[in-house]
Design a protein around this ligand. Structure first.
Ligand code: ADP
Ligand code: MG
Ligand code: MG
Length: 902
């Protein structure tokens, strides 16, 4: 259909003009409706108003020039194509007005169906439908309800109450039992509700209905729940939504009509097959809202074989075309199938891996693409623990495993209560009949979500999957009573505060707290499940994709481990060395006493004694770790925190001394300790006497550690092993600091190592901004740099992690000063720039300088990509994050274009 444009700037696209790559402009829904239209699939004709029109409207508060004329032209073309006119009393064209942003925001924004109905055209519609009055009045009451609620902010409950009243007058719970007269009466009641709340009559002019609905969709972009959802999902706030105007097709015309949703594979497990829900004699929103119970899509084969077959062949076609799992919405109008929506479907983490593997097998994508289709956040989810079930725990109900994971917590029934208890640090399970967009806050706060109604495509299920939250939906044995704050199940009553456990994989619900065990994916990484032989599609897919990632990645992945047990686990997880072995814990426990002696030592002799006593203990610690990491590099960081951390707290000590004095006891030792603690007290310990400063102030401390490291390495080598120690000096800001430590260390190493063949590298952390800015100088004295991005972030921003995250980060996130905590994901522009400068200048001064990163960022997906780009040699992270870092390092290597995989 050719439309006459009335303004230079094009704001309206016919479905035949768009395609799937125009999501920015047409939104996901519009772009895909266009794509399906161009594929020749049965899509009801319509057009899309662009996101640019929405942005212009939201910026100025009015429709941009030219928009009204373009809508007019496209509407006229649509009317010509359909041979009907909007609002024609005899044979009206009806349309839906649907939101559709670039990124799917399920249920967040508005849609109005049946636009174009009024007191006259409702009669025409009935006549056209073969004197089907029931259908026409049902459609009309839906229009008033949706229009009232979404366009004019009439409270939705009022409409629902009116509907319930009519139903109970009829003695039924099912809206299908209402006849045309009931519905006609309902239309009158709805109109009164509308007038009462808006102070005007329900608009009878179809074009006015259309314009107001379009405007309401624009405005729904800034509805509170949409704003919240975007923040949670990190969707930019300025994209705006497109508006789709689509010719209505009717699933509520009788038993030979209906509506449904479907997935081309199981979005939960990834298994091949047809998954979906179907509802006969209904309009689309009924399925998602869970108003009536749907039947499995397979039932449709019995109800309407030819539509079913056509649907299957279209789904196969879509999968092949999109080369991915698709989800769809469809409606059958008297035996004729219509496609109303498709998109590359959301899926669980497990399904993402399984499907990526299947698509490679099917030849639809290659292994690089498979790697691109999964991510570290999903892998991390698959490493969540599972419930460990034995005879003691029997499920009290089984719903649908809507979003995987194992969650236990106190039952709450409202979003507000969930938020309250979560703020107190409690884990909670939000229990609802079904959730709606207003529950979003509570869903974010809860550990898991349990609903008694709704399928895999209900609001609770879709949103929970998006957030990676455990969810069981449609557990219909559970009878939820929100006002009374309780639910009953198989004769038992569970009240607010009682603990339940839900399994989002199996859909099972347990009373009490069920203990957890490692997931299959963790068992695989630990080596207790053999991917080559196990008949578990997920484990096989993870194995295959991890193998590909390992083959592609340039970054080496090391682990942060302070004990041989951690080292052993990380090695099983694929760690290729230790990037950070902290030595602090080696001064705790029963060694505290020695440390106290060291700190209190007044004479050189006392100090040397204490150090001499610590030496063999440290050596044994290192030996154990070197043996565990046989052949792999181990970076040992010399002691970092301020020494007073190893002493008792000031207040406690002061009280002890006072009490003992009162009793007339001998307190000379305690008094000395107290004096030392007072002496060492610092206003800003983070910026105080710690790291290399400590090594320079306390003679013999670093020397003892260096000796322990070297001796341990020699012992391991003498026993036939391979030890590759790397000594890392913390908190260096000036090359002179490092040179001083280095000169002493080299002497000790030369003396200890002799001809054993042990090689010990000496390097430094780059964690003080000054170190990053003088990296060229520091590199002269360092064989490696390891970026301590926790401290670098702390000192770069000038705020301490321990103090500020709870204090003001929420406000910074709200204001968009940062999109995510800079402790979680590296701040590329600021702290990242320091890393970049240090890497470049360090390498310029010393080619071949080894570069790595230790600290939380080493296991954060986005940061790993950054470290790849900057050209580091390795990242180091906690043992559980090692697989995540391996995967992301592989993705970084294959994704040269940096495209996002949301
Ligand atoms: P959402 O993004 O919340 O899914 P939609 O715009 O897809 O909202 O519409 C809500 C429901 O209305 C869906 O089930 C959809 O299939 C149905 N629907 C939308 N437009 C039409 C139409 N033209 N004819 C019939 N049903 C429609
Ligand atoms: Mg939809
Ligand atoms: Mg540090």
């Amino acid at each position: 259909m050719a439309a006459q444009e009335t303004d230079d700037h094009k704001y309206v696209y016919d479905f035949s003009e768009g395609n799937k790559d125009l999501k920015d402009l047409l939104g996901g829904k519009g772009a895909n409706l266009a794509e399906m239209t161009n594929l020749g699939l049965p899509v009801p004709p319509g057009f899309t108003i662009t996101t640019e029109a929405c942005q212009a409207y939201l910026a100025t508060g009015r429709e941009p020039d030219g928009l009204a004329g373009q809508i007019e032209a496209h509407l006229a073309a649509l009317e010509r194509e359909m041979g009907k006119r909007l609002g024609d009393p005899g044979d009206p064209l009806l349309v839906s007005v649907r939101s559709g942003a670039k990124f799917s925001m399920p249920g967040m924004m508005e849609t109005v169906l049946n636009v174009g109905l009024n007191d006259q055209s409702v009669v025409g519609l009935a006549a056209q439908a073969g004197q089907n009055d029931r259908f026409a009045w049902d459609s009309y009451r839906r229009l008033i309800q949706m229009f009232g609620k979404t366009v004019c902010e009439v409270p939705g409950e009022e409409f629902e109450h009116a509907l319930d009243e009519v139903k109970s007058a009829r003695g039924t719970h099912n809206d299908l039992d209402l006849d045309a007269d009931d519905l006609r009466g309902l239309v009158d009641a709805y109109k009164k509700i509308f007038a009462k709340h808006t102070g005007r009559e329900f608009p009878q002019q179809p074009r006015e209905q259309l314009d107001l609905a379009i405007r309401a969709v624009f405005e729904s972009w800034n509805a509170e729940r949409a704003v919240l959802y975007r923040r949670q999902e990190r969707i930019p706030a300025d994209l705006g939504t497109a508006v789709n105007v689509v010719t209505m097709v009717f699933g509520n015309l009788g038993p030979d009509s209906g509506t449904g949703v479907a997935f081309t594979r199981d979005p939960g497990s990834g298994a091949q097959g047809i998954y979906g829900d179907y509802l006969a004699n209904a309009q689309g929103e009924d399925v998602v809202a869970g108003i009536r119970n749907t039947v499995p899509l397979q039932e449709l084969e019995r109800l309407d074989k030819s539509s079913y077959d056509e649907l299957l062949s279209i789904m196969a076609r879509l999968e092949e075309h999109y080369r991915d799992l698709c989800d769809i919405e469809f409606t059958i109008e008297r035996g004729k199938l219509w496609m109303l929506q498709t998109r590359v479907g959301k899926r669980t983490a497990a399904a993402a891996f399984v499907i990526a593997g299947q698509l490679v097998d099917e030849g639809l994508i290659d292994e690089d693409e498979a790697l691109h289709r999964v991510n570290g956040a999903q892998l991390a989810q698959l490493m969540f623990p599972r419930f460990q079930l034995d005879h003691e725990f029997e499920a009290v109900a089984t719903g649908i495993g809507a979003s995987p994971g194992a969650a236990s917590g106190a039952v709450v029934f409202t979003s507000a209560r969930a938020v309250e208890l979560a703020a107190e640090g409690k884990s909670v399970i939000l229990v609802r009949r079904e959730t709606n967009p207003d529950d979003l806050n509570g869903m974010i706060a809860a550990q898991g979500i349990l609903t008694s109604r709704g399928g895999k495509t209900s609001h609770a299920a879709v949103v929970a999957r998006g957030m990676g939250k455990t969810c069981v939906s449609g557990a219909d044995e559970i009878d939820v009573n929100v006002p009374a704050k309780r639910f009953t199940v198989s004769g038992r009553t569970v009240t607010e505060g009682d603990v339940v456990s839900i399994d989002g994989t199996t859909g099972k619900v347990y009373l009490g707290e069920v203990p957890v065990m490692p997931s299959e994916v963790v068992q695989y990484f630990e080596g207790s499940l053999d991917a080559e032989h196990v008949d578990n599609p997920l484990v096989r897919a993870v194995h295959r994709i991890m193998t590909h990632a390992d083959g592609k990645r340039r970054l080496t992945v090391r682990t942060n481990a302070d004990t041989s047990a951690d080292a052993a686990r990380a090695r099983r997880f694929g760690a290729e060395g230790i990037g950070l072995c902290r030595t602090e814990h080696m001064f705790l426990g029963d060694r505290r006493e020695l440390v106290e002696r060291l700190i209190l030592a007044r004479a050189e002799g006392e100090r040397d004694e204490a150090l001499a006593a610590l030496l063999p203990l440290q050596r044994a610690d290192f030996e154990e770790i070197f043996r565990e990491m046989d052949g792999l590099p181990v970076t040992v960081r010399l002691i970092d925190p301020p020494l007073h951390e190893f002493l008792p707290p000031l207040e406690q000590l002061a009280v002890n001394v006072a009490v003992a004095q009162e009793r007339g006891e001998d307190v000379a030792k305690e008094e000395a300790l107290l004096a030392a603690v007072r002496r060492m007290h610092e206003e800003n310990p983070m910026l105080g006497l710690r790291g290399v400063r400590l090594g320079l102030v306390i003679p013999g401390l670093f020397a003892m550690q260096v000796r322990a490291i070297a001796e341990a390495a020699v012992a391991v080598v003498r026993a036939g092993g391979v030890a590759r120690p790397e000594i890392m000096v913390p908190l260096v800001g000036a090359v002179q600091e490092l040179e001083t430590v280095r000169a002493e260390a080299e002497k000790i190493i030369a003396e200890v190592v002799g001809d054993s063949g042990v090689e010990v590298l000496i390097g430094t952390m780059i964690e003080v901004p000054r170190a990053a800015l003088t990296a060229g100088q520091i590199a002269e004295a360092a064989e490696f740099f390891s970026f301590g991005t926790n401290d670098l972030t702390q000192m770069g921003w000038g705020f301490s992690r321990d103090d500020v995250e709870g204090a003001f980060f929420w406000r910074y996130l709200e204001l968009g000063i940062f999109g995510i905590s800079p402790f979680e994901s590296i701040d590329r522009d600021g702290v990242g720039r320091l890393v970049r400068i240090a890497a470049e200048e360090g390498r310029a001064a010393r080619p071949g300088l080894k570069l790595g990163v230790c600290g939380e960022h080493g296991g954060d997906p986005d940061s790993v990509h950054f470290f790849h780009e900057v050209g580091l040699d390795y990242v180091s992270c906690s043992p559980f994050r090692v697989p995540v870092a391996r995967l992301e390092a592989g993705r970084a290597a294959v994704e040269t274009d940096g495209s996002d995989s949301r």
